[in-house]
Design a protein around this ligand. Structure first.
Ligand SMILES: NC(=O)c1ccc[n+]([C@@H]2O[C@H](COP(=O)([O-])OP(=O)(O)OC[C@H]3O[C@@H](n4cnc5c(N)ncnc54)[C@H](OP(=O)(O)O)[C@@H]3O)[C@@H](O)[C@H]2O)c1
Length: 286
């Protein structure tokens, strides 16, 4: 297959590039809004450019790793977030090709106390969540054959993310306060890339919405303790309440995703979050 990867300079896009080397039977076209290395320029908000690229390169499958991911900035500039997270996804859908699209736990309110299933009611509380939900809806309308993977708390050795921030802060400071009343599951982008290849390589194409994170549950506080422990960082980590932290945008209190559907459909086990973190921290400390 000829596979188009959008947003390939981002966390997930970079992990897709790394893992693609283990799947050499396919041809990959890595694209992003900015050119770099083997990455072609493709702005997914430009419908004509998307159509032309897919036609000229005879693309069979699109993996959409591109997104507007800055939750605080999206609050101030929802039209731009909507352009990238929703309207551009429709551009991809209109190509008529198979699509694997990535969405988020932010489509839910985060007010529940049990893991969210794919068909649970959605109720986004942020501009980012609203635009990502609209992207899902536009994609499902134009391309019912699409696969949508909702994920959460993504980190990797690439770009900016919580793991890298906590390693930096842990080295700079003697103590930090981290919230312990927001619960979720960290996801190593390399494992999400593995999940995407699991979908691609399955004997049958299984369209629909799926939840995928690493296994387990923790707070940002617990996550930080493990990041520091595994990085050999000595920094006092204090548990604090969300109310003590000046969030610019509301954050979900409980955003654990139920992954039963993914595991059952594709017959796989998912790595536990601390084991995944160990692999990432090893790479970061190399
Ligand atoms: N990060 C998380 O914690 C998290 C949580 C849940 C779900 N997700 C979802 O997971 C997916 C991957 O996230 P990620 O963390 O890998 O994102 P990321 O690191 O922010 O990468 C996204 C990439 O898309 C590019 N991009 C932005 N606008 C574009 C456009 N118009 N055309 C083409 N490329 C464009 C970005 O470029 P610029 O950087 O130059 O804008 C960036 O290289 C996204 O769908 C995201 O919504 C992420």
């Amino acid at each position: 297959m000829k596979i188009l990867i959008t947003g390939s300079n981002g966390q997930l896009g970079n992990e897709m590039r790394t893992l693609s080397k283990q799947h050499p039977k396919h041809t990959y076209l890595f694209t992003d809004i900015v050119e770099s290395g083997d990455t072609h320029i493709l702005d997914i908000t430009d419908r004509e450019a998307v159509m032309a690229f897919v036609r000229e390169h005879s693309i069979d499958l699109i993996v959409n790793c591109a997104a507007y991911t800055n939750v605080d900035r999206a609050e101030k500039d929802e039209p731009t977030a909507r352009l990238i997270n929703a309207l551009a996804v429709q551009n991809l859908a209109l190509t008529g090709k198979k699509i694997i699209h990535i969405s988020t736990d932010y489509v839910f309110s985060g007010d529940e106390h049990v893991p969210c299933r794919e068909d649970d009611p959605v109720a986004p509380r942020t501009a980012y969540g609203r635009t990502k939900l609209e992207g899902e809806q536009l994609l499902s309308e134009s391309c019912p054959d699409a696969v949508i993977l909702r994920t959460a708390w993504l980190y990797s050795p690439y770009g900016n993310n919580f793991v890298k921030t906590m390693i930096r802060l842990g080295k700079e400071r003697d103590s930090i306060g981290v919230v312990f009343d927001q619960i979720g599951t960290p996801t190593y982008a390399a494992d999400l890339a593995w999940a995407i290849f699991t979908v691609i390589e399955a004997e049958e194409w299984h369209p629909g919405i799926y939840h995928f994170t690493n296994e387990g549950v923790c707070s940002w506080y617990d996550f930080t303790i493990e990041i520091h422990r595994r990085s050999g960082i000595r920094c006092a980590v204090r548990p604090i309440l969300s109310a003590e932290y000046q969030y610019k945008t509301p954050r979900p209190h409980y955003s654990v995703l139920d992954k039963s559907k993914f595991k059952k459909t594709f017959g796989v086990e998912i790595p536990y979050w601390t084991e995944a973190l160990e692999r990432c921290v090893k790479l970061l400390n190399c």
